[in-house]
Design a protein around this ligand. Structure first.
Ligand SMILES: [Cu+2]
Length: 340
């Protein structure tokens, strides 16, 4: 008989890849302490409610069968209903079971709630995330202003560190939701909400605005990267650096256009004259994994497409289609690619 080992070995990358993908955006991702707590609470509710449901259905069918047998003799049915002791004890048992089930759910819910509140009280890092149509502004808060970091659309979190994420909105209601890392919280204009996450698995996770916020709501995704603590500090230190100086004549031409032309009135690029504050910070744009809040993967081709005609890729986005000449487009993309 032929061994199945080679076939299973051949399937392993597919299976492992599937697991990896599942964690990317999944309520079963178990990427953070909060996600695991939610999942445990969900499992307890599912089991208790499932048992209750099966019991109700079981009693229903038992009642129907019992009734059919008794209907053969109406007199017997009446006598039975008046005096059957099993009926009374069954009802008392059922009421007690409902009480115990509801009490168990209340205790489980309370314990989960307290445990999440404890993590929020011990936060070690504070990040402010502001929702905009249709992108995420991200500021890493620090007591030292030279360490305050401004970025966009890609959130890095350190493994095992309780991080409080302060949530604001500049326009309409959005919702911060990274399924693999825990719950969901609204971003409301004029009000600050917060959510605390303690990541327990390194990796890349996808978040998505979960409150309909306009035509491009579906293109308001958030890439969340959980790094080991040393990698996170390395990333933070690198992101604090000003933009790299252009090294080629083409990139230099792009630098001049981007930092003094129309782009600079909306975008900020650290260490350059571009100081706009109403669009995503571009200082380290090319180090990110996506363009336009998860609309496209980061690549040279996608940068060309996005810069040339953002309206065809994300209709209604505030970035206008400027109509660059081909040489301007080559130069702008060459410069943006240096912003690692
Ligand atoms: Cu939305």
């Amino acid at each position: 008989m032929k061994s199945r080992a080679p076939a299973i070995a051949a399937l392993m990358p597919l299976l492992l890849g599937g697991c990896q993908y599942q964690r990317y955006q999944s309520d079963f991702g178990r990427g953070a302490v909060e996600d695991t707590q939610f999942l445990t609470l969900f499992t307890i509710f599912l089991v208790v409610c499932g048992i209750m449901y099966l019991l109700v259905i079981g009693f229903l069918f038992a009642g129907i069968l019992h009734r059919r047998r008794l209907d053969a003799n109406v007199v017997e049915t009446r006598r039975h209903h008046q005096s059957h002791p099993l009926m009374r004890s069954t009802l008392i048992g059922w009421a007690a079971l409902i009480g115990v089930g509801l009490f168990a759910l209340a205790v489980a819910s309370f314990v989960t709630d307290r445990s999440m509140a404890a993590a929020a009280a011990n936060d070690k890092l504070s990040v402010t995330v502001t929702g905009n149509q249709w992108w995420w502004d991200i500021v890493y808060n620090s007591g030292d202003p030279s360490k305050t970091l401004h970025t966009a659309n890609e959130l890095h979190l350190p493994l095992g560190v309780p991080t409080r994420i302060l949530l604001n909105s500049n326009d309409v209601i959005h919702s911060f939701w990274v399924p693999s890392l825990g719950g969901k919280q609204d971003l409301i204009p004029g009000r600050q909400n917060d959510i605390t996450i303690v990541p327990k698995r390194t990796g890349i996770f996808r978040g998505q605005c979960a409150e309909f916020c306009g035509a491009q709501h579906a293109h308001m995704a958030l890439v969340v990267v959980v790094d080991s603590y040393p990698d996170f500090i390395k990333w933070w230190d690198h992101q604090l650096q000003p933009a790299a100086a252009p090294a080629t004549p083409l990139a230099l031409a792009g630098y001049k256009y981007v930092t003094t032309g129309p782009c600079s009135s909306c975008h900020n690029i650290g260490g350059t004259p571009a100081g706009g504050q109403v669009a995503p910070d571009l200082t380290h744009l090319a180090s990110r994994k996506s363009i336009a809040a998860g609309t496209l993967p980061m690549s040279e081709g996608n940068l060309y497409g996005w810069v040339e005609d953002p309206q065809s890729l994300k209709a209604g986005v505030h970035m206008p289609t400027i109509g660059l000449e081909p040489d301007q487009l080559h130069a702008v993309v060459a410069y943006l690619e240096t912003l690692k």
